[in-house]
Design a protein around this ligand. Structure first.
Ligand SMILES: Cc1cc2nc3c(=O)[nH]c(=O)nc-3n(C[C@H](O)[C@H](O)[C@H](O)COP(=O)(O)O)c2cc1C
Length: 193
């Protein structure tokens, strides 16, 4: 596995097509972004990486996300945004809960798996070390930390759905809290120090 992880380490392209930036982007007025420019803008926002999970009576679901952050501290609320066609999103609606496993750079292969870029986890996460949190969502023990969330709202926002969760429990994983995985310009990155 370390060999594979080492290979993935280089960089993973989400979308290798170069984006041609419209001339107006450099003008004083700026330009209304089309989907191409929006993709470029999104790529240039550095973000953490997590696996969002949920379950139904027969199986587990998980998806790699970078659209995740904290909304409120009292109560502790987080949001995630999933594409409208996300199977995991549908299951979150049905289950009313989800888990978030915040990844470190040791988990690049895992991030690829839950993004559909490497062999998928099976429906019981047989080869993905995990524990089942109180709500029933599996959370990854290789994470830096995990959150167990109760769904409090979901709202359609264009081509994504934003899910807000109340954090019922949080716990430490085996991942180093000094080496969070970052995603920038379609590649996994680490903090420069
Ligand atoms: C680093 C990274 C971050 C991603 N972030 C998101 C995200 O925030 N929201 C999303 O819907 N998809 C995101 N994706 C894409 C999903 O992981 C991918 O489309 C997945 O196959 C969707 O599975 P699902 O149908 O179960 O949701 C990301 C992929 C990668 C590699």
């Amino acid at each position: 596995l370390s060999k594979i992880t080492g290979h993935i380490e280089s960089s993973v392209q989400e979308d290798e097509r170069p984006v041609e930036l419209p001339a107006g982007f450099d003008s004083a007025d700026g330009v209304e972004p089309d989907v191409e420019l929006a993709r470029w803008l999104r790529r240039r926002l550095p973000a953490g990486v997590a696996v969002v999970t949920t379950s139904d009576p027969d199986q587990y679901f998980g998806v790699t996300v970078s659209a995740f952050s904290y909304v409120s501290l009292e109560p502790v609320l987080v949001y995630i945004a999933l594409g409208i066609e996300s199977q995991t999103g549908e299951r979150i609606q049905a289950a009313g809960c989800f888990g978030i496993s915040v990844l470190t750079n040791a988990s690049r292969f895992t991030a690829d798996r839950f993004a559909g870029r490497a062999p998928l986890a099976d429906r019981h996460f047989a080869d993905i070390p995990h524990v089942v949190a109180r709500t029933g969502s599996p959370v990854l023990t290789e994470s830096m930390y995990w959150l167990d969330c109760e769904l409090v709202s979901s709202e359609s926002c264009g081509d994504h759905i934003v899910y807000v969760g109340r954090v019922l429990a949080s716990g430490r994983g085996a991942g180093s809290d000094d080496d969070p995985m970052l995603y920038f310009d379609s590649s996994y990155r680490r903090l420069g120090r």
